[in-house]
Design a protein around this ligand. Structure first.
Ligand code: F6P
Length: 554
């Protein structure tokens, strides 16, 4: 068995033990004092790569901490794991597959063998197939059943067949090309289909059924609903091929649905759903921004791949972010990570990173199936700033949990309105600063006294205004979002997640945990709508089924 199938118990590594002692020695570490003591702390704890600037100086670390974390990565064999990732070794051990989303952004002419076959020609053939389709639709050469050009494209897909494309097409709205409006239909809730279809005309709508398995309940039900809607609107079976294409690794099922074989864009089993926006799953992106910008997106990700492969760990952006997450999760008891984009166009990045991180690292067994020895993936949450400041930042500032935060902010706005961008940027920095500085009781008292408050009132109110501070955050700064920089940003998080999985010894590329709910759902459904009124359900599930049956009886 390969090395990753005999993962180390990372907690038994010498540096892991040393880090525990080091953490204890930092019990009274103060970021305020660290900045006061080292005027070059910002310079020493920040780096640029691929159009991104990472300031990680507002963290509970010293230079020694960074050295020890890097040593941990080396002792855990991260170099070898990175090589295994890019070389296509079977690092998805439970499914005996490689994880080669990085192949999708490698340049023309590269060679990469999977099962002895160079897969790169196939990767680029699909890119050419995408280019052909996008061109025909943008040029009005793809006609619907009434011979009109396509005006609306609906991506029917969920999870990785939805979140990545949605993030990128929204984030790159400033790069949207003429004409085609892109929509996303993901959930099985009929209201989503109802609200969307009301905006569409079947004769000028193209549906992309995006499903690696072509066996996902929500997607298949929505595809059927779209098909029925298309027919009800006047479309014919004979012309259905003009309005339905697919992206899938299950060609047989897609053709059985009624999609012409030449309109099924292939996916490979060595690309995981949450890592697939770089594949033909990215068709909605390409239709929104054009193939040239889509290839810029790929190029940005490729640049981050090269950085991840070659930069020394001390200067490696994904590795440092991964190690900081391990530092807080495994040595400071943090159980969640906030992602706070101060950019309207990046407002949905948290949703994509939730699946990327939590479906990859929400695991409790090692690659060999034995139980893990430490905490693994955190809860990923957050949302766009400044909105979060008026929603959940209270807990970040005065709650009882340590929650590291990643701020993401552009320096320049696409849409300058008065001094709005200056305030947006100032708020991003001040939130990170407030998390670090906090407010002492003395400072709170002085502030209240300066407002002329009497001493009794000062003593009563001041404790409520104390902010613990010393709370860590990273700040990622970019000029402004672009295809290339967005590609690098998403790849940065892909590699951060992978690096953590490799150090923990878990498999970032399977997702067995989602199967049980799907299986149980079939039994619950049959008891809700079928003849058998009760089965082996627990009292709660049976009671709730009865509630549904009672309301829908007759
Ligand atoms: O949530 C399980 C999952 O398989 C995800 O990993 C995947 O992105 C999503 O469902 C959709 O799967 P498919 O693309 O096969 O429809």
């Amino acid at each position: 068995m390969a090395y990753y199938q005999h993962p180390l118990d990372v907690t038994r590594l010498p540096t892991w033990q040393a880090l525990q002692a080091h953490r204890d020695s930092l019990q009274n570490f103060s970021m305020r004092d660290a900045f006061a003591a080292d005027a070059k702390r910002f310079e020493r704890m920040s780096l640029s790569s691929c159009g991104l600037f990472l300031d990680y100086s507002k963290n509970l670390i010293t230079a020694q901490t960074r050295e020890m974390l890097v040593s941990l990565a080396r002792e855990a064999g991260l170099e070898r794991s990175i090589k295994a990732l890019f070389d296509g070794e079977l690092i998805n051990a439970s499914e005996s597959r490689p994880a080669l989303h990085t192949a999708l952004r490698r340049p023309f002419g590269d060679r990469l063998l999977v099962n002895g076959e160079n897969v790169m020609p196939d990767v680029h053939r699909v890119l050419n197939q995408m280019t052909e389709l996008v061109g025909r639709i943008h040029n009005g050469l793809w006609r619907g059943y009434t011979e009109k050009p396509i005006t609306d494209v609906v991506n029917i897909g969920i999870g990785g067949s939805f979140l990545g494309p949605q993030l990128v097409s929204e984030a790159l709205l400033p790069f949207a090309e003429r004409g085609v409006r892109c929509h996303y239909l993901a959930n099985i809730d009929g209201s989503e289909f109802h609200e969307l279809s009301a905006k569409l005309r079947a004769e000028t709508t193209l549906f992309i059924v995006s499903s690696k398995s072509f066996n996902t309940l929500e997607t298949l039900k929505n595809a059927q609903a779209a098909r029925q809607w298309y027919l009800a609107q006047g479309g014919t079976e004979a012309q259905l091929y003009r309005h339905f294409i697919a992206v899938s690794s299950n060609l047989e099922a897609a053709v059985a649905f009624g999609i012409h074989e030449e309109n099924v864009f292939p996916m490979w089993d060595w690309v995981g759903g949450r890592y697939s926006l770089w594949s033909a799953i990215g068709l909605p992106i390409a239709l929104a921004i054009g193939m040239s910008s889509f290839k810029e997106l790929l190029s940005g990700a490729y640049s981050m791949d090269q950085h991840f492969k070659t930069a020394p760990f001390e200067q490696n952006m994904p590795v440092l972010m991964a190690l900081l997450g391990i530092w807080y999760g495994n040595f400071w008891g943090a159980q969640s990570q906030a992602i706070l984009p101060y950019d309207h166009y990046l407002r949905n990045i948290t949703k994509h990173l939730q699946q990327l991180d939590m479906e990859s690292n929400g695991k409790s067994v090692l690659q060999d199936g034995t139980p893990v020895h430490c905490a693994t993936g955190p809860v990923i949450w957050g949302g766009v700033g400044c909105n979060g400041q008026h929603a959940y930042h209270q807990l970040l500032h005065q709650g009882t949990q340590l929650i590291p935060a990643d701020f993401i902010v552009p320096v320049v706005s696409y849409n300058p309105v008065s001094d709005h961008h200056q305030w947006l940027y100032a708020n991003c920095l001040s939130q990170s600063q407030a998390l670090m500085l906090g407010k002492t009781l003395e400072e709170a008292c002085a502030e209240l006294r300066s407002k002329g408050m009497d001493e009794d009132e000062v003593q009563r109110l001041a404790p409520h205004k104390v902010i613990p501070g010393n709370r860590p955050s990273n700040t990622l700064v970019l000029e402004r979002i672009s295809p290339r920089r967005l590609g690098a940003l998403v790849a940065l998080y892909e590699h951060k997640v992978f690096a953590q999985s490799a150090i923990w010894g878990i498999n970032a590329f399977d997702q067995w945990g989602v199967e049980l709910g799907k299986e149980l759902g079939k039994g619950v459904y049959s008891r809700m709508v079928g003849s058998e009124e009760s089965g082996a359900e627990d009292g709660s599930t049976q009671g709730l089924i009865d509630y549904f049956r009672g309301r829908h009886r007759g």
